[in-house]
Design a protein around this ligand. Sequence first.
Ligand SMILES: NC(=O)C1=CN([C@@H]2O[C@H](COP(=O)(O)OP(=O)(O)OC[C@H]3O[C@@H](n4cnc5c(N)ncnc54)[C@H](O)[C@@H]3O)[C@@H](O)[C@H]2O)C=CC1
Ligand SMILES: CC(C)CC(=O)C(=O)O
Ligand SMILES: [Mg+2]
Length: 363
Amino acid sequence: MEKTIALLPGDGIGKEVLKVTVDVLKAIEEHFHHQFQFQYGLIGGDAIDQTGTPLPDETVEICKNADAVLLGAVGGPKWDSNPPALRPEKGLLGIRKQLDLYANLRPIITFQSLLDESALKREYIDGVDFIVVRELTGGLYFGEPSERITKDGEEGAVDTLIYKRSEIKRIIVSAFEMASKRRKHVTSVDKANVLETSRLWREIAEEVAKDYPDVTLEHMLVDNAAMQLINAPKRFDVIVTENMFGDILSDEASMITGSLGMLPSASLSSTGLHLYEPVHGSAPDIAGQNIANPTAMILSAAMMLRHSFDLENEAKVLEDAVNQVLQSGKRTADLAKGGPSISTEQLAEEIKAIIAKSQTVSK
Ligand SMILES: NC(=O)C1=CN([C@@H]2O[C@H](COP(=O)(O)OP(=O)(O)OC[C@H]3O[C@@H](n4cnc5c(N)ncnc54)[C@H](O)[C@@H]3O)[C@@H](O)[C@H]2O)C=CC1
Ligand SMILES: CC(C)CC(=O)C(=O)O
Ligand SMILES: [Mg+2]
């Protein structure tokens, strides 16, 4: 199979985890006789430094001409005091908007070999398997105005939480579609006791639910949801929520698996061109040390193989390889809890070695 993959490394550990993921994909390419073309694009702080903008037009073109996009992460203290339009995060929000990547799927599945690395007790998390469906192109992160203002004679600031009916409906439909192929349970998370956007969200969720009689819908306020994720994570199947709630809840949920470095995601579009990215950011505190956990990025690539290229077997081989390395007891520092650890590159080498020995070869 011939595919073109756009690669947007970004900043900090984004570069490191994407670099080794490309190596792993090359191992898949070789073992399964595929041809992957890799096209690099600038985004984030790197793009600001080299071109003066966080999302150059050329990057958008590279993505649009590809079959799928892999993104590392953006941001870092170097650009923290830049004006809003020149912040690395604008590049990330920009590519999400320009490619209409409205549905961010964040699966949270515990690994048997990591049950004791989690922040939670083994019996609470053994068997956790849910997915956060996060709205990705609306809400507070995109609302206008977002600026400094004067209020009652003193300095203030305003951000705008706005959603259109169509934006809410399509993400809720995505969640119901997903739930109908899973355990048939949707938890719609909102703050309907306070926010008008949430009341509209709830109304639309009820309307959509009528088209899926075999799927149960429950509503949950976001503060309660944050607590239930710790208290009873096994109760969830599909969580659907707006942009910022999904951002926060999924970072929280990552600790069920043991580390933020374990969580992959797929950002799906209306156009069929999808982007795959780890849930974590550029981690400036550990950048440049070859110690970041690349699993989230590697598992994002597995999601790409499955969802964008229909390469189920290859995706499984990759996921199995990750599992086998974990079972062997080898851990990056985030999971090693002060014990012996392996580097970003060593973990990828372990995975590549397992792929090379894998039995299942597709035509
Ligand atoms: N998708 C993206 O590009 C995102 C970008 N950011 C940006 O990243 C920068 C840093 O933000 P933070 O709040 O520190 O969030 P972060 O997700 O980068 O890091 C949070 C903590 O988790 C650790 N961590 C994250 N990924 C890891 C991995 N793969 N392996 C081991 N440890 C890992 C970090 O070392 C840090 O202690 C900011 O500029 C922020 O805006 C934040 C989140 C997402
Ligand atoms: C720029 C932020 C919205 C990135 C982030 O935290 C995320 O997408 O998870
Ligand atoms: Mg986030």
